[in-house]
Ligand binder design. Structure first.
Ligand SMILES: [Zn+2]
Length: 67
């Protein structure tokens, strides 16, 4: 789902908003202060943990017969 992360410029709060349409981006408000001065942050996957258990999307041919 197209969930974007926003940051409120008024109270400096970050929140995630589900944006279905492009026009909805103009209607995004801060859940805390109801401010409309929000800035869309760089889109990134929700699961962002360092040291995960294997999950590199990059093309790495490192699978072969061991031994
Ligand atoms: Zn706010």
């Amino acid at each position: 789902m197209p969930i974007y992360e926003y940051a409120c410029k008024a109270c400096d709060r970050t929140f995630e908003e589900l944006v279905m349409r492009r026009s909805d981006e103009d209607d995004v408000r801060c859940p805390k202060c109801k401010g409309k001065r929000v800035e869309k942050l760089v889109s990134r996957p929700a699961a962002s943990r360092s040291g995960g258990d294997g999950g590199s999307a990059a093309s790495s041919a490192n699978c072969g017969p061991v031994g």
